[in-house]
Design a binder for this molecule. Sequence first.
Ligand code: URA
Length: 190
Amino acid sequence: MTNWEELHRRCMSCQKCALADTRTNVVFGKGPKDARVMFIGEGPGENEDLQGEPFVGRGGQLLDEMLSLVGLSREKNFYITNIVKCRPPKNRDPLNTEQDACIGYLWDQMALIRPRIVVCLGRIAAMRLISPSYRITREHGQWMEKDGAYYTAIYHPAALLRDPTKKPDTFADLRSIRSKIREVCPEVYG
Ligand code: URA
């Protein structure tokens, strides 16, 4: 079993795939290490690559605003990271080979945090963490239980920026996340 320091050190110097050649920063993750709730996106974009933090661009701002409406903040009560820790060029989807190379870091983060609730942000994370055949349009907001944690997916914030008509569905999903938190880990809301 790894520890945070060792994991962080290994990840920051990772050369396991070609994304290492084009990154500015490794985007490890952000939030309390004892968070009960984890949010997981697909991979850093331009702003994240430049700042070394997940979801700090326009999509990230929208996400933080929406999550604050259900009492969640990365400073206080959730941990946020991505399937791949380095930016894919031109923001393309991370390749399966890149995901395979990187996913061990996420498994280690999850083993250390042991979240009760895992929220996938968008299709790529849901396909990796919930089911390879996941259909975000049809299945967002549904819950499945795996190894003592509850998993769901919501639309990726970039999809909400592109198509704001998806927002009401996401607000409904966020209310469902709030209910699930109250049910399985009410301490999150103190
Ligand atoms: N999109 C993602 O999936 N992750 C980020 O960190 C930023 C944008």
